[in-house]
Design a protein around this ligand. Structure first.
Ligand code: SF4
Ligand code: SF4
Length: 434
């Protein structure tokens, strides 16, 4: 029997049949050799369940990662698998219904941050997080995205920023931070070696990231710029399930970098934005990107390791939160540790940490879904326990979305820990060149 407490949102006024067929068409488009192998390979061992913070914190089997893909799998088996004729003929796999898709919305959006912890542990190598992203394509086409989340993604498409950080707003913030940090913040330079980007969370909530980045790049004598036509490293298209919207925002960055002749694009302290350009940018551009892409923590690790940037020692005990998309999914796990080592902080690692770190619970767009907040706080308790065990009062991170997630939970729980940015700590402790 259907759970009467289930919640879902619908976009657009279309018939039930049209919604289902839009979802099925998108699912079929995403079924390729890799997807098909994943769908066939699961041996139902349940290892992925223990890796997921939603299952871990609730014990509810519906949060088992592979179960979140069950309707996608049903569509594959019936419509595209090698035995689809058999499944159809004897109705062994039923047609996907609108009711199933509506019920499924909570599992695909409210309770998956696409953190990839399940993908890491699956003995069959099934990349569940990526498959969740693909399943969201069908949900988006069917108009079945949580409304709060949809509106944020739509704003990113129509206004160029999910949080209203338009080019004019950004330019104001750039001027403000230039004054505050007493440094030049380059904007719309015609030529530059480095294009720097920001996430809207930084522009609107943590603008010191703008000044901190400028101060570091100016100390190094870099020729760099922000560009008004491509500054927002957003990824809400990707997370909501719209390939088209994501391509539009990613192409703005690519074109801005090409226009100013940048050899390097630096992505900000934002996890999902990193994946959207670093790992998916070339596919969206249709050929290899003509520039290098680095997360800001990778750039900092490089300039510190090479001796170009010198930093003072900081007498502080900290723990570090690994952003899932930068560490586990991005591969930049060591970079922030190289930077923290140079700063001389007393790093108390969480257990587990690095590639095995637990997610903050705010990624994948979950932080935008108001109805998911109780579940989000529940899973955050796992992070609180981890931080408490380290004995540190300060958590550093290299993702503004994680930072926002911690800050929100800190208010909710009246928690006495601080969440700070590694980038800003570096900027505050530069040894100026003579
Ligand atoms: S860990 Fe992998 S093989 Fe095991 S149940 Fe999960 S998806 Fe299936
Ligand atoms: S990607 Fe993360 S949140 Fe989503 S099912 Fe896997 S472990 Fe859970």
């Amino acid at each position: 029997m259907r759970d009467v407490n289930k919640t879902f949102d619908l976009q657009g006024e279309v018939s039930e049949e049209e919604r289902v067929s839009a979802a099925m068409e998108a699912f079929q488009k995403d079924i390729n050799r890799t997807t098909a192998t994943a769908m066939e390979a699961c041996m139902h061992c349940g290892v992925c369940a223990e890796a997921c913070h939603y299952y871990k914190q609730t014990g509810d089997p519906k949060y088992t990662p592979i179960w979140k893909l069950e309707v996608f799998k049903q569509a594959y088996k019936r419509e595209a698998g090698p035995f689809s004729w058999l499944y159809k003929r004897f109705n062994l796999k039923k047609e996907v219904t609108l009711e199933q898709l509506e019920d499924w919305q909570e599992l695909l959006y409210d309770s998956c941050t696409m953190c990839g912890r399940c993908s890491l542990v699956c003995p069959m190598g099934i990349d569940i997080a990526t498959l969740v992203g693909q399943a969201r394509h069908g949900m988006f086409k069917a108009g079945l995205v949580p409304e709060d989340f949809y509106k944020v993604a739509e704003r990113a498409e129509t206004e160029g920023s999910p949080l209203g950080a338009t080019a004019d707003v950004f330019e104001d913030r750039v001027d403000w931070m230039g004054d505050e940090f007493d440094t030049d913040v380059y904007f719309d330079q015609e030529e530059a070696d480095i294009l720097v980007t920001m996430s809207s969370i930084e522009i609107m909530k943590y603008p010191h990231a703008i000044g901190a980045t400028a101060k570091i790049l100016n100390t190094l004598g870099e020729k760099w710029t922000f560009r008004s036509e491509g500054y927002e490293a957003t990824n809400f298209g990707m997370m909501s399930g719209s390939v088209e919207w994501q391509k539009n925002s990613t192409m703005k960055l690519i074109n801005a970098a090409i226009d100013c002749g940048a050899k390097l694009v630096i992505l900000p302290e934002c996890g999902h934005a990193y994946g959207a350009l670093r790992w998916q940018g070339a596919a969206m551009y249709g050929k290899p990107l003509p520039f290098k892409v680095q997360h800001i923590s990778e750039y900092l690790a490089d300039v510190i390791s090479s001796g170009r940037l010198k930093v003072k020692k900081v007498d502080q005990t900290v723990t570090f939160h690994d952003p899932c998309q930068v560490s586990r999914r991005g591969g930049a796990t060591e970079a922030p540790r190289t930077v923290m080592k140079a700063l001389g902080v007393d790093l108390k690692e969480m257990t587990p940490t690095g590639d095995d770190a637990w997610c903050c619970g705010g990624g994948g767009g979950v932080v935008t879904i108001d109805r998911a907040k109780d579940l989000r706080y529940k899973v955050f308790e796992l992070k609180m326990e981890q931080v408490e065990q380290t004995g540190s009062d300060t958590v550093l991170s290299t993702c503004s979305n994680c930072r926002q997630s911690y800050a929100d939970a800190k208010d909710h729980f009246e928690w006495d820990k601080n969440i700070e940015s590694l980038l800003e700590l570096v900027a505050d402790n530069i040894v100026e060149n003579d």
